[in-house]
Design a protein around this ligand. Structure first.
Ligand code: ATP
Length: 236
């Protein structure tokens, strides 16, 4: 659905992406894994046309793409209630206004957002709640492609698992393409199909998630898996 070919990105004199080839495919969850500063968000911004590549090609076979930002603080109008932001997401879609409530309520319930936050302003919600509202707003628009940038970073492990489970359910029923961006190899084997590993702006490994986890080819991938395993143990 979206494909990057031979993409380079430069900020000033710094080349932060080198010869990137990657693909986000319908019916698949693709993960992009790399440490902080490796270029993950830059790839996401290029995929959703928030910036243009310095060189190379990006082919998009759909315009129905939603991007869940890493930082939910950036995602909402501070003067609108969360409900108003949900309604705004549905404006312009095919649903008549009287159907909006029936669309919004089950999504907020599935994401376990307490009812008293539905009509709150962004600053009255916690970081984790805002992140869940951002996920709700993206899903309400029924995108063909969902790009989730460190989507669960403000959530505790229990809620992270629940949200991934919910996303998996939705993704299976709608056959979306998902790009799941993260800095660690958490236990996602039931969710992720393919993985790209990004190191200092270069893709150093690509393959099926199970294979990459069990037989990583690149020393950097091994290092990331070890670091994630240690982190997971500490979180439990
Ligand atoms: N607008 C910008 N201007 C200049 N340099 C930038 C800009 N955005 C990102 N960079 C630099 O590009 C590199 C890649 O940044 P990017 O945000 O894509 O990494 P990331 O892997 O998403 O990191 P993180 O996980 O910390 O968000 C970093 O060295 C960063 O400092």
């Amino acid at each position: 659905m979206i494909e990057m070919k031979n993409v380079y990105q430069q900020y000033g004199n710094d080349v932060v992406l080198h010869d990137i080839h990657c693909r986000v495919t319908k019916g698949k969850v693709t993960a992009l894994i790399g440490e902080s500063g490796s270029g993950k968000s830059t790839i996401a911004e290029l995929l959703v046309s928030l910036r243009s590549p310095t060189s190379g090609k990006i082919e998009r076979h759909t315009s129905s793409i939603q991007y869940i930002y890493q930082n939910p603080e950036r995602s909402f109008n501070p003067y609108w209630t969360m409900w108003a932001s949900m309604e705004e997401a549905l404006r312009g879609l095919k649903y008549p206004k009287k159907q909006w409530q029936a669309e919004i309520v089950p999504v907020l319930q599935q994401l376990e957002l307490p009812k008293d936050t539905w009509h709150a302003l962004p600053h009255e919600c916690s970081g984790g709640q805002k992140q869940r509202f951002a996920i709700a707003r993206a899903l309400l628009q029924r995108p063909d492609v969902l790009i989730a940038d460190e989507m669960t970073s403000a959530l505790d492990p229990e809620n992270e698992k629940k949200i991934i489970q919910y996303l998996k359910q939705i993704y299976e029923s709608r056959s979306m393409a998902i790009l799941y961006i993260t800095h660690r190899f958490q236990e996602l084997s039931s969710f992720i199909d393919d993985v790209y590993v990004l190191k200092e702006g270069r893709i150093v490994e690509y393959g099926m998630y199970e294979r990459v986890m069990s037989q990583p080819k690149h020393s950097y991938t091994k290092k990331l898996i070890e670091a994630s395993t240690y982190f997971e143990r500490k979180r439990k």
